[in-house]
Design a protein around this ligand. Structure first.
Ligand code: SF4
Ligand code: SF4
Length: 260
């Protein structure tokens, strides 16, 4: 089972997309993040390539501030009818919160603002997952990074696009060789029992995780920074305004999220 992410960017030429998708035939999940404007033709070409692989689940995340309204409309009208693997299209920076369906695809509009990859990793009750597969993964592996490989907007291969460390570049390295790399696999093996605070939390087996933003950047097994839950008190607080975490927010350059 492979989870796979790609950030579309003008810096990734068509040849890179072809190489990426064609060189890996065992895709299970793809998340396509549209944080920059892109033509409908390019999107459709990407999905035509994806369709030839054994994908079962595709999500599309769009920042409506960055992508033309006409392109978004076309994506929502064409893709659900052409690519049944697309289960969800989530559009941020909208005028209203709304969930609707086009064919079998859920289209969620959200007023929430995002700041590219910096907005990923927030943990709250709405992203808890209760099903056998995610329970199995959370018990044994990392609930975000297990079997996931990401390509950032410049083509660097990483555990996740928000991380600094890379394991090569798509023009020089194959995804298969990266996935076999023992160092690459380290984060995917950190489960909630290894993580401070989370190991005592009642939500640990239904919660997702984040290793890109942690409360102590020097300790990769510290609690996710973007979780405001205190399992010892049973209370949720706003992690963005936690005074004890302001220097960590600064470390990750996340202070701008306070304004969104
Ligand atoms: S590690 Fe954090 S930032 Fe990276 S994909 Fe997972 S939740 Fe998002
Ligand atoms: S403390 Fe850990 S397990 Fe509990 S909700 Fe927060 S991130 Fe999830």
């Amino acid at each position: 089972m492979i989870f796979y992410r790609i950030d579309l960017s003008p810096k990734l030429g068509d040849y890179s997309l072809d190489n990426l998708i064609l060189s890996y035939s065992d895709l299970y999940y793809v998340e396509v993040r549209l944080f920059k404007n892109v033509s409908t033709a390019k999107i459709l070409k990407l999905f035509a390539m994806l369709k030839n692989h054994c994908l079962v689940y595709v999500d599309i995340i769009i920042d409506a501030f960055q992508v033309d309204e006409g392109v978004i409309d076309e994506i929502c009208l064409i893709i659900p009818y052409s690519y049944q693997e697309v289960k969800k299209i989530k559009i941020f920076s909208c005028q209203e919160n709304k969930i609707s369906y086009e064919h079998l695809t859920e289209i969620e509009l959200s007023v929430a603002r995002i700041d590219g990859c910096k907005s990923c990793g927030e943990i709250n009750e709405s992203n808890f997952r209760i099903n056998y597969d995610s329970h199995f993964v959370a018990k044994n592996f990392n609930s975000c990074l297990y079997n996931k490989v990401s390509i950032d907007h410049e083509g660097y291969i990483k555990n996740c696009p928000s991380m600094k460390e890379n394991f090569g570049h798509i023009e020089q390295n194959s995804l298969s060789e990266t996935i076999e790399n023992k160092e690459f696999q380290v984060l995917g093996k950190i489960n909630k029992n290894d993580i401070l605070v989370c190991q005592d939390c009642e939500y640990r087996l239904i919660c997702t995780d984040c290793r890109a933003y942690v409360q102590d950047p020097a300790d990769i097994k510290s609690k996710p920074l973007k979780c405001g839950y205190n399992p010892y008190e049973g209370e949720w607080n706003d992690w963005k305004t936690d005074k004890t975490m302001q220097s960590v927010l600064e470390h990750y350059k996340l202070n701008s999220l306070n304004k969104t």
